[in-house]
Design a binder for this molecule. Sequence first.
Ligand code: ZN
Length: 66
Amino acid sequence: MSTNEAKSKTTVKKQKSKNESMKKRTSGVRQCKICNSRKGMIRKYSLGICRRCFKARAQDLGWEKY
Ligand SMILES: [Zn+2]
């Protein structure tokens, strides 16, 4: 049962941050699907992620830095 308790705690935390990001969300506006930021969006690759998350992704994927 202790596992369930920990799980529900995590869910509450997640819901809170979700609500916060939903407030900022505007329909029709492209934003990072990872951090919900509209700053530094990369439209060139139509990935739907921002420059920062792209960098993190790139490193995850083993892309070279440039
Ligand atoms: Zn991002």
